[in-house]
Structures are given as structure tokens and as C-alpha cells.
Design a binder for this molecule. Structure first.
Ligand code: GRF
Length: 213
């Protein structure tokens, strides 16, 4: 069985990259990571990729005169590697419209909130301030607007009375590390369709929900 040729784009720690590497280590997982791209040469995730013997490329955004030039360089590397699916995993640069359109429905992101709640940064602090009962993560197809797009998987966790942003983040990370491999599996198995900018999974309205007790 041909495995879906996947690239992961990172900027930092790479714990979601690690979760995907670990998932892909199973022989029956339907995707493989063939390239890791970082915009930071010192991203810890690059070491994770090296340990797993996955080729890496670094494109430092400061080396490019324009965002288009930066996006084009990454686009070329992805094409050269025969990439079929791109996973953004803590990639802290906004990709331009041309890139997003070119990879429509083959470009996904993980965000640490239950979108449409809390797009943007500092999601855990904002979730605590809003006194929500549940918080979590979202894996979605990327569209023009940041942290928007058809949702494939959402993973939720309870918010506990004494939570700090750090304790809540740790709980959300645990569900992120289940949600991202699940979303990649569903796509690689051909079970995900985007219709009118909504996701169908196995012909039924999505998203898939992982709700931790
Ligand atoms: C995660 O919280 C992810 O949801 C967000 O950036 C963070 C990346 O963490 N987009 P890591 O680099 O995967 O550890």
C-alpha cells in the first residue's frame, strides 16, 4: 500500500511532529513523513526529525526579501519531495494566499483551542479567563483567514478548578498528540471529503470528536 507522502512544517519544540513520527512508525499507518521544514535553524523539532532519519530543510524567513519568495522556496521543496499532504505543527509564519490556494484541502493545521473559540495566541490563558468548562484542540484545513477552515478532528479536555495556563496546556497537548495522527490517518485513508467548506467523514458530517474525561 502506498503511504501518503506527508511534510510537517515546524518552528519550535515539535511535540506534535513527534506524535506524528510515532504514529507513522506503525507499519500499517497510511501516511509517512518524508520531509520536515522549519523556519528556525534551532527548532528542537529538527532534532526529532534527524533521530527518525527524516530529511529536513530550513528556510529562515529573514533570508527572504518578501513573504512570496519565502513561500515559493518552501513550495518548491515540497513539490520536489512529491508531497501530498502538509501538516502545520507549531509553524509560526502565516503562509500567503497563493500558497494556501495552491495546497487547498492538502494543507492542515493544529490549533490549541476548540475553534471557532479562541483563534490566535495565548489560547489557554484566554480559555481560563473566559471560564469555559471544556477546552481543547482543533485540526482543520487551512483557509485564507488564520485559524479558520473546515474542521476534521476536535479533541476536548475538562478545565479544572485549580488550572493554570501551564497545567491546562499540558492536558491539551495530550489530546493534540492523539488528534493530529487521527486526522492524518482519516485523510490518508481517503475517508475525508470537503463539501461546501464542511468536512464529511465516511459520508457523515464531521468533525470527529475526541473527548477526554
Ligand atoms: C501546539 O500547541 C499547536 O497546537 C500550536 O503550536 C503548538 C506547537 O507545539 N499550533 P509543538 O511544537 O508541536 O510542541
Amino acid at each position: 500500500m502506498a503511504r501518503l507522502r506527508t511534510a510537517v512544517l515546524i518552528s519550535g519544540r515539535g511535540s506534535n511532529l513527534q506524535a506524528l513520527i510515532d504514529a507513522c512508525a506503525a507499519r500499517d499507518f497510511p501516511a509517512e513523513i518524508v520531509l520536515v521544514v522549519s523556519n528556525r535553524a534551532n527548532a528542537q523539532g529538527l532534532e526529532r526529525a534527524a533521530r527518525a532519519r527524516i530529511p529536513t530543510r530550513v528556510f529562515s524567513h529573514g533570508d527572504f526579501a518578501t513573504r512570496d519568495a519565502f513561500d515559493s522556496a518552501i513550495n518548491r521543496a515540497l513539490k520536489d519531495a512529491g508531497i501530498e499532504l502538509i501538516c502545520l505543527a507549531g509553524f509560526m509564519r502565516v503562509l500567503g494566499d497563493a500558497f494556501v490556494v495552491a495546497w487547498r484541502d492538502r494543507l492542515i493545521n493544529i490549533h490549541p483551542s476548540l475553534l471557532p473559540q479562541f483563534p490566535g495566541l495565548d489560547t489557554h490563558t484566554r480559555a481560563l479567563a473566559a471560564c469555559v468548562e471544556r477546552h481543547g484542540c482543533t485540526v482543520h484545513f487551512v483557509r485564507h483567514a488564520v485559524d479558520s477552515g473546515p474542521i476534521i478532528v476536535q479533541g476536548s479536555v475538562p478545565v479544572l478548578p485549580n488550572d493554570t495556563a501551564d497545567t491546562l496546556a499540558a492536558r491539551v497537548f495530550a489530546v493534540e498528540h492523539r488528534a493530529y495522527p487521527l486526522a492524518v490517518r482519516l485523510i490518508a485513508e481517503g475517508r475525508v471529503r470537503v463539501l461546501d467548506d464542511n468536512v464529511e467523514i465516511d459520508g457523515r458530517p464531521g468533525p470527529v470528536r475526541l473527548d477526554a474525561a
